[in-house]
Design a protein around this ligand. Structure first.
Ligand code: FES
Length: 255
């Protein structure tokens, strides 16, 4: 890695338990330290926690001259590969100062596939005859009891725009308002209007809100969820003509 004095490894994995994420972070950090001496950060592109922007700011603020970004995915999704260079360039242009930033090209799907297959042929194996057959736990047939379902986007582009702490902040705010057991919160991958992130969606209202800061979150919890009102300046507007009246549409059953 000639010249780079700071390395940020950013991995992408939409579905990962906290335990596995910690293990993966540690493994990436250990692997990087074997070949790269200077400062290293490991961040995930989705979900909660310190994201890529915070890591780049940290590198800049600690005096990095040349920052190398190393994407890791098995494989990295095509839409992230397409989006990531522009987003990093946007940071470089707006906040990067004199720090040089480059992006490693480690998205070789063939190499990753070969490495994984080679690993799996030597890995321990579990005999399925020794496992109790099951499609799910007994309680999983019941619907959860709640009034409002809140979807919180923690996709890579919302995370880049600061959504890393949104779900935790929302849960804390709902608890403070005494609404925890009336609201179900779900983190999601990309919901599509990424340019308006961070965002959340309320159902059954079907209302989408931009959540730029804690004050906006407070208003959504207090004015919209608790009081049944609205926060019009935070609400994302629909594309004109998007909804079609389906009530008179005759759709024939296939079977
Ligand atoms: S990443 Fe949140 S809407 Fe796309």
């Amino acid at each position: 890695m000639p010249g780079a004095d700071h390395l940020v490894i950013c991995f992408s994995q939409p579905s990962l338990s906290a335990r596995d994420e910690a293990r993966f972070r540690a493994a990436l950090d250990l692997a990087a330290r074997k070949t790269f001496g200077p400062a290293i950060s490991v961040v995930r592109l989705e979900g909660a926690g310190t994201g890529l922007v915070a890591a780049m700011r940290d590198a800049r603020d600690t005096g990095a001259q040349h920052l190398r970004i190393m994407p890791v995915g098995f494989p990295m999704a095509a839409n992230i590969r397409a989006w990531l260079p522009g987003a990093i360039a946007h940071f470089a242009a707006t906040e990067g100062g004199d720090m040089r930033i480059d992006l490693a090209d480690l998205c070789n799907i063939e190499d990753a596939a070969q490495a994984l297959v080679a690993l799996s042929t030597t890995a321990d194996a579990q005999d399925m005859q020794a496992v109790r057959p099951s499609l799910g736990k007994p309680g999983w047939q019941f619907l959860p009891d709640f009034d409002t379902h809140i979807l919180v986007c923690t996709g890579p582009r919302c995370a880049f725009r600061g959504a890393g702490t949104l779900h935790a902040q929302l849960k804390a705010r709902l608890a403070k308002a005494g609404l925890s057991d009336r609201c179900m919160t779900t983190t999601t991958g990309c919901l599509f209007p990424c340019n308006q992130g961070p965002l959340l969606v309320l159902y059954p209202q079907g209302a989408w809100y931009h959540v730029p800061d804690q004050d906006a979150l407070d208003r959504i919890v207090c004015d919209v969820i608790a009081q049944g009102g609205d926060a019009p300046d935070l609400r994302l507007s629909e594309r004109p003509g998007r909804r079609r009246d389906m009530s008179h549409t005759k759709i024939e059953r296939i079977t």
